[in-house]
Structures are given as C-alpha cells and as structure tokens.
Design a protein around this ligand. Structure first.
Ligand SMILES: C[S@@+](CC[C@H](N)C(=O)[O-])C[C@H]1O[C@@H](n2cnc3c(N)ncnc32)[C@H](O)[C@@H]1O
Length: 184
C-alpha cells in the first residue's frame, strides 16, 4: 500500500479514536533530526498503532535503517503489526511486545544511535536511565511531551542534574515540546 496514503488514513483514525500519535510538527522535527544525525538504528519506546514508526520510513529507509519499537498493550501491538505489514515494513521494523522497562535491559549495549521515548510519562526517567548504555557515542535521545506532562515525569530533572546531562527543551508544538539530549 502507498505509505503516504496509509499515514493519512492512520492520522484520521488516530484523531477519531483518541490515539495519542505524534503531531505533524513533531513528525517533521523527528524526521529532520533522524536525517541530520544519520541515524541507522533507532529504538522507540511506545509504538501505539505503529503510526510514528511508519512515519519515519522515508528518511530512515534512505539511511539503511532499522527500527526496534516496544509496546506493552496487546491491542496496540496487534494494530501496529497490521499497519506495519500494510506499509510493507515488517522487515525493517522489529516489534517487541512487552514492558519496555523489562525489555531494554536485555537489548545489546551500544546498539542504537537514536532513542525516541514516548511511553508512560511517569517512567520517562527510567526509560532514559535504562537506554543510556544501549546507545552508541553521539546518540540522540528525544523525550516527547515534556512541557505538557512535565509534572508527571517523576525524578527526571533530578536524574539529569545528578548525572550532569545537558539537554534542550524545544517548544515545537504549540502547548508542548520535546527534550533533546545528545550523548557525546
Ligand atoms: C503516546 S503513545 C505512543 C505513540 C506513538 N509513538 C505514535 O506517535 O504513534 C504511548 C504508547 O506507549 C505504550 N507504553 C507506555 N508505557 C509502556 C511501557 N512501559 N512499555 C511498553 N509500552 C508502553 C502505551 O501502551 C501507548 O501505546
């Protein structure tokens, strides 16, 4: 199926069904960062119905990419599997069905150069902490919704301060934005 048509269809479906997919502005921002960082191995925490992963196809495919995406809701995982199949991306997107908090420790160290954290907001600090050793040097990490849900992100600011991790908060999205960390 034509991927751009599928993305439009999924966007409409997401709006009608209250699926918290990334916004168009965020999608464009993430695709730009993926492109300029030369990302090839990406980890996504929180697949939902596969919308964001499918949106990254264009830029990632041109970079010989691979995406690993983790989801712990069975209906969301099943919907993502169907959508990823419809997009013809089953070979390039690896889906993992389980709690990312249990999955990430078992992933290979230094295997990713981009992590997109979009799971439950109150565990954002844990996702970040667990992902740290799984990333190569010069990796990029993006946390979504850090302005709107700042209060829910328990322990995140303390973790960043205690570990001397610098970051930028980019208000790209009207009332919300992303946190970007570049590990050197
Ligand atoms: C905001 S949605 C993700 C949206 C998706 N990235 C997109 O833009 O299309 C968050 C998803 O993360 C999943 N999730 C939350 N916490 C998780 C965890 N600990 N492990 C795996 N999946 C998780 C939820 O079930 C939900 O589907």
């Amino acid at each position: 199926m034509n991927r751009n048509i599928l993305i439009r269809e999924l966007r409409e479906h997401g709006i009608l069904n209250d699926i918290p997919n990334i916004s168009d502005v965020n999608m464009k921002f993430l695709c730009d960062v993926i492109r300029i960082s030369g990302t090839r191995d990406m980890l996504e925490i929180g697949s939902a119905n596969g919308f964001s992963g499918i949106c990254f196809w264009d830029v990632l495919e041109s970079q010989w990419w691979h995406l690993t995406t983790v989801e712990f809701s069975q209906p969301a995982y099943d919907a993502a599997r169907e959508n990823i199949e419809r997009a013809g991306l089953s070979d390039t997107i690896t889906q993992i069905f389980w709690n990312a908090l249990d999955v990430i420790p078992g992933l290979d160290d230094a295997s990713f150069d981009f992590v997109f954290i979009d799971g439950m907001k109150r565990r954002s600090k844990d996702f970040l902490e667990l992902s740290w050793s799984k990333c190569k040097k010069w990796w990029v990490i993006i946390l979504d919704d850090v302005i709107k849900f700042r209060d829910k992100m328990v322990g995140l600011e303390e973790y960043l301060t205690d570990n001397n991790i610098s970051y930028n908060i980019l208000p790209i999205d009207g009332d919300d934005g992303v946190m970007m960390i570049v590990k050197r």
